[in-house]
Design a protein. Structure first.
Length: 114
């Protein structure tokens, strides 16, 4: 597949990626991810939540499955490590979305000139 990106464009994109990776928020995500990966109890609960989410969707959003899922989510959200991880993931995603929005605006403005 042909690449339409110049060397300087690729370099600029790499700088944007490095900006995210070097951020406190990204570093905290990685650190908390490592902590979570060592917590067997938390991993088990996360797995239960995933399975219950799948059951909930497959049940066509039954009230009973929703209540069971909400109970598990309530428990999960009481783990401080998980709450912090969710917080920092949201921050990193917000950074990425800002970059994406800026690029979209840039391309939109250029394409409207043509």
């Amino acid at each position: 597949m042909a690449s339409y990106l110049s060397k300087s464009t690729k370099q600029s994109l790499e700088e944007l990626i490095e900006f995210v990776i070097d951020s406190k928020e990204y570093r905290m995500c990685k650190q908390l991810q490592e902590t979570i990966s060592k917590d067997k109890e938390l991993l088990k609960l996360i797995d239960k939540v995933r399975k219950k989410q799948k059951e909930y969707v497959q049940s066509m959003f039954s009230k009973e499955k929703e209540e069971q899922l909400n109970e598990l989510l309530f428990t999960l959200n009481h783990y401080e490590t998980y709450k912090l991880y969710s917080y920092y993931v949201d921050k990193v995603n917000a950074m990425i979305n800002l970059i994406k929005d800026e690029l979209n605006t840039y391309f939109y403005n250029i394409s409207n000139i043509l």
